[in-house]
Design a protein around this ligand. Structure first.
Ligand code: HPA
Ligand code: ZN
Length: 336
């Protein structure tokens, strides 16, 4: 099963680039940029990762960003993730980035997006891994700040496939960003939003992303299972859910394998993702492997989860068909 998962061609749709910052890269960038980290070694930094909910994670995640200063730092970060992803047979990735996490530290938007974009181009050329970029707004900042950043992105619109919403959900409902997302949609961008697990007013928030924002996909969204009405809407619209098992385990002490199986049985398009793999110490293969072990998933179920990711991705239809064909060739060869 492990081999099967490792060799399977996969897409990843929920990964924060800043969450792929490995402690070793963090130390080398800190040294280059003359920044002192409050840890002696990468191992000591990892030992300080103590997450039990979203705020405790976010505190460490934002602190980690301080080493990202120059365009080449964003290139190196993105390249390292794409290289790791290619080594795990991820053939396509949609990447989140948090520009407000950088502009608020005095790093220019242009510096951030240019470094990321150049690494995406290089990785496609040299590693054969395709990727697209999603600009995320920090929901604990103002709607005005989000709008400012959307306007900053206008000259780079061709480098983006969509916009998302992340950071602390507590008292930051989707409707706060209704105008920002409406403008993004007008510009032709796809829309997604985080509905993190077990947040206050989660069902209300999931309702808003469906009705007020009309998203094209939902990040996490596991709590939708508590409402038949929400499940029916998600299913009727064929919306993908980007579930992140190892990330969820820090909050709910389970990989949500039961919930993922329930989604599949209801015909909801669940996908498996790594979220912040450097912090949660698990890339996509480790997420699939742990999930399979906890939930005793069959190869057919694993293939369905992988196929869902291509289907609900923001690739063009011919690209989707091509990747789904590669996945079915893989499945046929393995069955023999
Ligand atoms: N949820 C909210 N904000 C985030 C996450 C997440 O999973 N990862 C990075 N920022
Ligand atoms: Zn996330």
């Amino acid at each position: 099963m492990r081999n099967f998962i490792e060799n399977m061609p996969k897409a990843e749709l929920h990964v924060h680039l800043e969450g792929t910052l490995e402690p070793e890269l963090s130390f080398s960038l800190a040294e280059k940029n003359g920044i002192s980290l409050p840890f002696e070694t990468p191992e000591a930094l990892i030992a300080a990762y103590d997450f039990h909910d979203l705020p405790s994670f976010l505190k460490i995640y934002y602190a980690g960003m301080s080493v990202l200063q120059e365009e080449s730092d964003f290139f190196d970060l993105t390249w390292a993730y794409l290289e790791k992803a290619a080594s795990q047979n991820i053939v396509y990735a949609e990447l989140f980035f948090d520009p407000q996490g950088h502009t608020t530290r005095g790093v220019a938007f242009e510096t951030v997006i240019t470094g990321i974009h150049n690494a995406q181009v290089a990785a496609q050329e040299k590693l054969g891994i395709k990727s697209k970029l999603i600009l995320c707004f920090l929901r604990d900042m103002s709607a005005d700040s989000a709008m400012e950043h959307l306007l900053m992105a206008k000259p780079y619109i061709d480098w983006l496939v969509g916009v998302g919403l992340d950071s602390d959900e507590y008292n930051n409902p989707p409707v706060k960003f209704k105008e920002v997302f409406a403008l993004a949609r007008k510009w032709g961008l796809k829309l997604t939003m985080h509905c993190d697990v077990n947040q206050k007013n989660t069902l209300e928030h999931i309702g808003q992303v469906l009705d007020d924002i009309q998203v094209d996909r939902i990040d996490h969204g596991v709590n939708a299972l508590e409402s038949d009405a929400l499940c029916n809407k998600i299913k009727a619209r064929q919306l993908g859910l980007t579930v992140c098992p190892v990330s969820n385990r820090f909050v709910v002490q389970s990989l949500t394998s039961q919930e993922i199986r329930t989604m599949l049985s209801k015909g909801m398009l669940a996908t498996i993702n790594s979220d912040d793999p450097a912090y949660f110490r698990a890339y996509l293969n480790e997420n699939f492997i742990a999930l399979q072990e906890e939930g005793n998933f069959t190869k057919d179920e694993i293939l369905t989860l992988a196929a869902n990711a291509f289907s609900v991705s923001w690739l063009t239809e011919p690209e989707k068909t091509d990747y789904l064909h590669k996945l079915s060739v893989f499945s046929d060869t393995r069955a023999e």
